[in-house]
Design a protein around this ligand. Structure first.
Ligand code: NAD
Ligand code: TYD
Length: 353
């Protein structure tokens, strides 16, 4: 690959109060990579929480803007006002089960929202656009094989269909208008600050509260797990080092069936809390399967390792242990996230557009 060094100085992050966007912003400040301004545009949906960034940013360099990426004039104005040179696009509706119950918000944010951002970059081509996407766009695998960057798209849920549409738009804008883009498709993330509708935090909290552990179908579906900070680091490597128009898969090659993952979590929860493993095991409850449930995701991330020398720092055991410990240590975050009480705090503390 040709070597590329892209300066990312004044960065506009979308969805930076969600799980991965906030991990990326914490990573920028922790690693001293935030050398200019970091602007965080977030619509404050149910999945956002400002506590995700508390104490983690330099207030002189960071600014929050409460706004919807689907609003046509918003991002073009911010690019000019803050001399933005880079957009890192996380904002999305992200939960497959919600997309099955109500796809419209997914079309609005994931497709129309991404389109608005691309239009903003088309008009201001000095801005580089990194699009954060998912392995789910490739469809579902049988027992063997891996998705590569060349695997044809075959999305099968409203969520993955809208992410696939957004990926296609990104490539179309790069090809047709010469917009500077990079794109990453990552496997399932887990770690601190994840909203407890997703498998890992939901199961941890249900174990701590001795609630049923709802396993969809027979629990044999396979996901490929990556600790969220490793994803943040991969995005930075791609953002500054990858060629214009390129795509990278991001994965730690860590496949588990849902039941196997649950058992690893049970083991850690039992060890850290003194709970009896047998009591946790009894909480497993097989429930009706998710409609259209994808059987297996698994990614080949050779290109990322070879071109940009990225590899994950966390294995599953250490990553899950950090995660369980974090949820044990942050009952206040869990309560605020579930109740949404932080919204009043937002109105008092942040500029609202
Ligand atoms: P999340 O649901 O935790 O957070 C999404 C954030 O986007 C929230 O803060 C929300 O308020 C904001 N948002 C939603 N609609 C918006 C809008 N219209 N305008 C502005 N902000 C809006 O999501 P996440 O898990 O952090 O995922 C971030 C990105 O990473 C998504 O694009 C997702 O598709 C992708 N991804 C996620 C995973 C995963 O395992 N979570 C894996 C691969 C890729
Ligand atoms: P999820 O965290 O929703 O991520 P995705 O569907 O995007 O991969 O789910 C991960 C896996 O866990 C998926 O196979 C569905 C399954 N699952 C359950 O069995 N029970 C649950 O309560 C949830 C939320 C997910």
């Amino acid at each position: 690959m040709e070597s590329t060094v892209r300066l990312a100085k004044n960065i506009l992050v979308t969805g930076g109060l969600g799980f991965i966007g906030s991990a990326f912003i914490r990573f920028l400040f922790r690693e001293g990579l935030a050398t200019g301004r970091v602007l965080n545009v977030d619509a404050l949906t149910y999945a956002a929480n400002p506590a995700n960034l508390e104490g983690a940013v330099d207030p002189d360099r960071y600014r929050f803007v409460h706004g919807d990426i689907g609003e046509p004039g918003l991002v073009p104005g911010l690019i000019v006002e803050h001399a933005i040179d880079t957009i890192v696009h996380f904002a999305a509706e992200t939960h497959v089960d919600r997309s099955i119950l109500g796809p419209e918000a997914f079309i609005q944010t994931n497709v129309v929202g991404t389109f608005r951002l691309l239009e903003a970059v088309r008009a201001q081509p000095q801005v580089h656009f990194h699009h954060v996407s998912t392995d789910e766009v490739y469809g579902s695998l049988g027992p063997t094989g891996l998705f590569t960057e060349e695997t044809p798209y075959d999305p099968r849920s409203p969520y993955s269909a809208t992410k696939a549409a957004s990926d296609h738009l990104v490539r179309a804008y790069a090809h047709t208008y010469g917009v500077s883009t990079t794109l990453s498709n990552c496997s399932n993330n887990y770690g601190p600050f994840q909203f407890p509708e997703k498998l890992v935090p939901l199961m941890i909290l249900n174990m701590l509260e001795r609630k049923p552990l709802p396993v969809y179908g027979d629990g044999t579906n396979v996901r490929d797990w990556l600790y969220v900070d490793d994803h943040a680091e991969a995005i930075w490597a791609i953002l500054v080092g990858a060629a214009r128009g390129s795509t990278y898969n991001v994965s730690g090659a860590t496949e588990r069936t849902n039941l196997a993952l649950l058992r690893e979590l049970m083991h850690i929860v039992a060890e850290l809390t003194g709970a009896e493993s047998a009591d946790l095991e009894r909480l497993i409850t097989f429930v009706k399967d998710r409609p259209g449930h994808d059987q297996r995701y698994a990614l080949d991330a050779t290109r990322l390792r070879q071109d940009l020398a990225w590899s994950p720092r966390h294995d599953l055991a250490s990553g899950l242990r950090n995660t369980v410990r974090w949820y044990l240590d942050h009952p206040g975050w869990v309560a605020a996230t579930r109740s949404g009480t932080y919204r009043e705090w937002i109105e008092r503390n942040y500029e609202t557009r």
